[in-house]
Design a protein around this ligand. Structure first.
Ligand SMILES: Cc1cc2nc3c(=O)[nH]c(=O)nc-3n(C[C@H](O)[C@H](O)[C@H](O)COP(=O)(O)OP(=O)(O)OC[C@H]3O[C@@H](n4cnc5c(N)ncnc54)[C@H](O)[C@@H]3O)c2cc1C
Length: 323
C-alpha cells in the first residue's frame, strides 16, 4: 500500500467541529498509510479543535482565520493550502457546506471528486471509495485517477478514533490571502432558522417511531421510552408528514444520517430511504407486527408484536432496572 499525504478540512460551526470532522481522521489515517495527515481548521478562535484533531489522529494542524465561512472563501483557502502542502487526498465532510466546497475545489484543482463516501478500501494501488446510489439501494465502488483526489465523507460512516492524549503534532497558524477575483458573491445577511434543536447525529441511543405507531397520542410512548433511557427521539418521514413531531427528528435519506450505539425502531417498515440513515447503528432493535417487515433484515433483535403493547412493557422494565 502506497503512503499518501491526506488533508482533512475540519468544518466548525460557532467554534464547534461538525460531527464528521474528527470522524474523517479515521479514514484519513488509513488512506495515508505511513504518509502525513494534516488537518485544516478555518476557525482560529477554536484552539481546542486543533488540539483535539491531534489527539484523534492528525500529524499536524494548520489553522487559518478566514473571518467568514463562505464556500468561495473556504475553497480558495483550501486550494492555496493544497498548492502549498501537496496532499494526495483532501477529505471534506459531506455536510451542506462541504457538498458545496468539494466540487468547487476539485474543479479548480483539476482533481477527481468522489462524493458521500461511506467506506474506503486501501488494500490496492489506489483507494477505492464506496458511495451509495439511489438512496443506498446500490453501493458503487469508485477510484479516482487524478494525482489529487477530493472526497466527501458521510457523517457517521466512520467512528472517531479513541482520543490519545499523548498524541503529538504541530499546530501552526497560517495566513492565506484570498484574491478578490475568487469571491464572486457577497453574503449580505444571514438568517438563522429558529427551529427545534435535535442532536440525532451525536445521540448514543435513538428511539424511533414509525407510522405503525398509529396516532400522535400513541407516538407519545416513543418519547416516554426515550426519556427513561436518556435517548433522542427519531421518526420516519410519514410521521413528520403527519405532523406528530418536527422535521428535526427525521432519520433517513432526506433526514439525518445517524450511528448510535443503540437504535430502537417501533412500527417502522424498514424502507430503503429510512435504513440508509440508520444502518451504521451498532445495535438495532425492531418491533413490528409484520414478521415480513424489511426492518427485521437489518435488526440484531426483532420482536414481532404490537408496538403499542410492547412499548409500555419496555418502559416499565427499563424504569425498574434504572430504579
Ligand atoms: C426520495 C425519498 C426520500 C425519502 N426519505 C425518507 C427519509 O429520510 N426517512 C424516512 O423514514 N423515509 C423516507 N422516505 C419514505 C420511505 O420510502 C418510506 O415511505 C418510509 O420510511 C416509511 O415509513 P414508516 O416505516 O413509518 O411507514 P410505513 O411504511 O407505513 O410502515 C409502517 C410499519 O409499521 C408496522 N405496524 C403497523 N402497525 C403496527 C403496530 N401496532 N405495531 C408494530 N408495527 C406496526 C407495519 O407493519 C409497517 O411495517 C423517502 C421516500 C422518498 C421517495
Amino acid at each position: 500500500m502506497a503512503d499518501r499525504n491526506v488533508m482533512v478540512y475540519i468544518e466548525s460551526v460557532k467554534g464547534e467541529p461538525v460531527k464528521v470532522g474528527y470522524e474523517m481522521l479515521t479514514p484519513a489515517r488509513e488512506i495515508a498509510g505511513g504518509g502525513k495527515v494534516t488537518a485544516a481548521v478555518m476557525d482560529s478562535s477554536a484552539d481546542s479543535i486543533a488540539n483535539d484533531a491531534v489527539s484523534f489522529g492528525a500529524d499536524e494542524v494548520i489553522t487559518v482565520d478566514t473571518g467568514d465561512f463562505s464556500a468561495e472563501k473556504i475553497t480558495s483557502v483550501l486550494k492555496s493550502l493544497a498548492d502549498e502542502h501537496r496532499p494526495d487526498v483532501v477529505l471534506i465532510g459531506s455536510t451542506p457546506a462541504g457538498r458545496e466546497i468539494a466540487p468547487r475545489l476539485a474543479a479548480r484543482a483539476g482533481a477527481g471528486c468522489v462524493s458521500d463516501v461511506s467506506a474506503v478500501d486501501c488494500s490496492g494501488e489506489s483507494p477505492v471509495y464506496t458511495t451509495p446510489l439511489y438512496g443506498g439501494t446500490i453501493l458503487n465502488n469508485v477510484s479516482a485517477v487524478t494525482p489529487l483526489q477530493v472526497v466527501t465523507i458521510r457523517s457517521g460512516a466512520f467512528k472517531k478514533a479513541d482520543a490519545d492524549a499523548s498524541g503529538s503534532g504541530d499546530i501552526k497558524a497560517e495566513t492565506v490571502e484570498v484574491p478578490d477575483s475568487d469571491l464572486k458573491t457577497k453574503i449580505t445577511d444571514s438568517v438563522v432558522e429558529i427551529s427545534e434543536q435535535v442532536n440525532l447525529e451525536d445521540a448514543e441511543i435513538i428511539v424511533t417511531g414509525g407510522k405503525g405507531m398509529g396516532s400522535e397520542e400513541d407516538f407519545a410512548l416513543i418519547q416516554q421510552l426515550a426519556d427513561v433511557l436518556g435517548a433522542t427521539v427519531g421518526a420516519t418521514r410519514p410521521v413528520i408528514e403527519a405532523g406528530w413531531v418536527s422535521r428535526a427528528h427525521q432519520v433517513g435519506q432526506s433526514g439525518k444520517i445517524v450511528a448510535p450505539k443503540l437504535y430502537m425502531a417501533f412500527g417502522v417498515s424498514g424502507a430503503t430511504q429510512h435504513v440508509t440513515g440508520m444502518i451504521g447503528s451498532d445495535y438495532i432493535v425492531a418491533v413490528n407486527k409484520d414478521e415480513e417487515a424489511p426492518i427485521f433484515d437489518v435488526a440484531d433483535v426483532g420482536i414481532v408484536g404490537d408496538a403499542k403493547k410492547v412499548l409500555p412493557i419496555f418502559i416499565e422494565e427499563c424504569k425498574k432496572i434504572k430504579a
